[in-house]
Design a protein around this ligand. Structure first.
Ligand SMILES: NC(=O)c1ccc[n+]([C@@H]2O[C@H](COP(=O)([O-])OP(=O)(O)OC[C@H]3O[C@@H](n4cnc5c(N)ncnc54)[C@H](O)[C@@H]3O)[C@@H](O)[C@H]2O)c1
Length: 240
């Protein structure tokens, strides 16, 4: 799992380890990974925290190769890391856009390429891309981010067809609004909170556990007939 030490990733790590999984959790800072290791200290599974700045494709490929050498083939991949700088589409700086696409979408491509051979050899794999309802809603001031999430939705559909014959499913989760660092980009927290509640059918804020539960459904061995889908987890904000 990438972005494992973030707000949503930490909860997913904890739940997977509780369910007995060996989770390799990557993130870009040692301090965040140390905190993650403290929070996910129990069993019966285990966590292997790994430092990876996934803006560098060579580093991502080398990290997967080293991990496979030590732990064997990786059976599941959750592309969860993301950055969300604010930018109006009309003012979008091309270099910043490339940077966001590198981390949010192109890294996912590199990682899928790195884990797919092992999954194909095993005849089994689960890949989940973490997208966002902002792609459906077209949130303003998040142009590069929204474009990167659209790329993840499209890629999941292509990978689902390319990898389906090998027993590998590929799906997206599109979270709605969750109270992690991601929400700090909104200048009026109380106003945004009210907007979220007004927009959702369910009149409470989403918890990381809501996200984790949905990802774990897609990772489950029994979910092998669900692929190429985008599962929205937003309390009924977007309905499609
Ligand atoms: N929180 C929400 O409301 C929300 C809504 C929709 C989608 N999402 C998506 O869910 C995912 C998790 O978000 P979150 O809310 O936990 O935010 P978060 O910021 O807490 O977590 C994102 C994680 O990605 C890591 N990351 C960023 N750049 C990296 C890099 N170059 N290399 C490696 N790791 C890097 C960060 O260190 C962080 O731990 C993201 O993809 C985000 O876009 C979140």
């Amino acid at each position: 799992m990438t972005g494992a030490a973030g707000g949503l990733g930490t909860e997913l790590c904890a739940r997977l380890v509780s369910a007995g999984a060996h989770v390799i959790g990557t993130d870009r800072s040692d301090a965040k990974l140390d905190r993650l290791a403290t929070l996910v200290a129990g069993g019966p599974g285990r966590l292997t925290p790994v430092l990876l700045d996934q803006s560098d494709p060579a580093a991502a490929r080398a990290t997967v190769a080293a991990l496979v050498q030590v732990h064997g083939a990786i059976d599941s991949l959750v592309n969860n890391a993301g950055i969300y700088p604010k930018s109006f589409a009309v003012d979008q700086d091309a270099d910043e856009m490339r940077h966001v696409l590198d981390i949010n979408a192109i890294a996912a491509t590199t990682l899928v390429g790195a884990v797919a051979p092992g999954m194909k050899a095993a005849g089994f794999g689960r890949i989940v891309n973490v997208a966002s309802i902002t792609f459906v809603l077209g949130f303003t001031e998040l142009s590069a981010y929204v474009a990167s999430k659209g790329a993840l939705v499209g890629l999941a559909r292509v990978w689902a067809r390319e990898l389906g014959p090998d027993g590998i499913t590929v799906n997206c989760i599109s979270p709605g609004a969750f109270l992690t660092d991601a929400e700090k980009i909104h200048p009026d927290p109380a106003g945004y909170n009210q907007h979220v509640l007004d927009s959702q059918a369910v009149k409470r804020r989403g918890e990381p556990a809501d996200f984790a539960h949905a990802v774990m459904f897609l990772l489950d061995r029994r979910s092998g007939f669900v692929t190429g889908q985008n599962l929205t987890v937003d309390g009924g904000w977007v309905m499609q």
